[in-house]
Design a protein around this ligand. Structure first.
Ligand code: HEC
Length: 317
């Protein structure tokens, strides 16, 4: 037995020696802004104590959302809102649940300096990159420039803009593959569009199932009044950005506060119009009264929503 330890140590020592001899090259240098942005997105170097990255909350395996109601940021603080998915951002026109950022670049500065998320500042993050031999070489390889705030935010945003994929069962069905969606999902799709309650001209329309509108969604949470926090206009109470429904099956729990656990419960929530009517948020809810759905119809709609999951993201689970 005794002999094994010296062998083990000599093996490790050799590996360390070889790594040092090779100059400890670290990750490969990125070839383009998207690759650089991915490295930055996943690197805790941007947070105050180097423990939290964008990917700590926007987890690739959940379509870059999280599977908890509120995520954990720096110092085990919890976020104020549920972490949304950040795929299909290319066509979005406003960012955050209340749309307060006009571009991805402007958005990315927010979490870096938010004391409950990454607890740093754009200035501090950039100075860390400037001190890093690897990032100096990486920015030089991609932009022929030293790291600065504009390039850092641009690279992160370019990575986010690359997260687009249109190969879900629904896309394949639309492209003519009749077998791509189950019969239940097809029934669900017809119900989804029926009377424009959810899709077509309603909130979840267009190829990404989002109109980018900021509307009252009926969720009664006095702690978070949505757009009202910015405008202080009564008309904006309870208004939040309509998220895309693509990959929605893997991004629960749902709503801006993560208060609804499953996809079925979300559909049930909007189906129970009497309960919705009793909520104080009801006064502000403008969407049309849906015809009540049966249990089987709810199952079908949920199956349709599951058919919006792209294999590219499923395969990362
Ligand atoms: C501690 C968790 C956490 C970290 C870290 C984090 N985010 Fe977020 N992200 C959130 C939450 C929560 C929201 C919603 C906040 C709100 O609307 O007020 C959000 C919102 C967003 C949005 C808006 C999506 C939309 O549909 O409008 C984008 C884009 C985004 N984050 C990108 C990033 C980037 C880039 C980083 C790193 C620089 C990052 N996030 C770091 C939790 C996090």
């Amino acid at each position: 037995m005794k002999l094994h330890y010296p062998f083990l140590f000599s093996g490790l020592g050799l590996a360390v020696f070889l790594a040092i001899a090779a100059g400890n090259p670290g990750p490969d240098l990125p070839d383009n802004p998207v690759e650089l942005g991915e490295l930055l997105f996943k690197d805790p170097i941007l947070s105050g104590d180097s423990t939290v990255s964008c990917a700590s909350c926007h987890k690739p395996e959940f379509a870059f959302a999280d599977n908890t109601a509120k995520s954990m940021g720096i110092g085990m603080a919890h976020t104020f809102r549920n972490t949304p998915s950040i795929v299909y951002m290319t066509k979005r026109t406003q960012f955050f649940w209340d749309g307060r950022a006009p571009s991805l670049e402007a958005q990315a500065a927010g979490p870096i300096s938010n004391p409950d998320e990454m607890g740093s500042s754009v200035g501090l993050a950039v100075s860390r990159l400037q001190k890093s031999d690897f990032y100096r070489r990486a920015f030089s390889a991609v932009y022929d420039e030293a790291p600065d705030s504009v390039l850092m935010l641009q690279a992160i945003s370019d990575f986010e803009r690359s997260l687009e994929a249109y190969d879900s069962p629904y896309d394949r069905f639309l492209a003519g593959d009749d077998k791509a969606m189950s019969e239940s999902a097809i029934r669900g799709m017809i119900l989804f569009y029926r009377g424009s309650t959810c899709g077509i001209d309603a909130c979840h329309s267009g190829p990404d199932f989002s109109q980018d509108s900021i509307v009252s969604i009926g969720v009664d949470n006095p702690e978070d009044l949505g757009l009202f926090r910015l405008t202080h206009s009564k008309a904006d109470m309870g208004k939040f950005k309509t998220p895309s429904l693509r990959n929605v099956a893997v991004t629960g729990p749902y709503m801006h506060d993560g208060s609804v656990k499953t996809l079925r419960e979300v559909v049930e929530f909007y189906n129970d119009f009497e309960k919705l009517r009793k909520s104080t948020a009801h006064e502000r809810v403008k969407f049309p009264r849906p015809s009540p759905l049966t249990d089987a119809e709810i199952d079908d709609i949920v199956e349709f929503l599951k058919a919006l999951t792209d294999n590219k993201y499923l395969s990362q689970i």
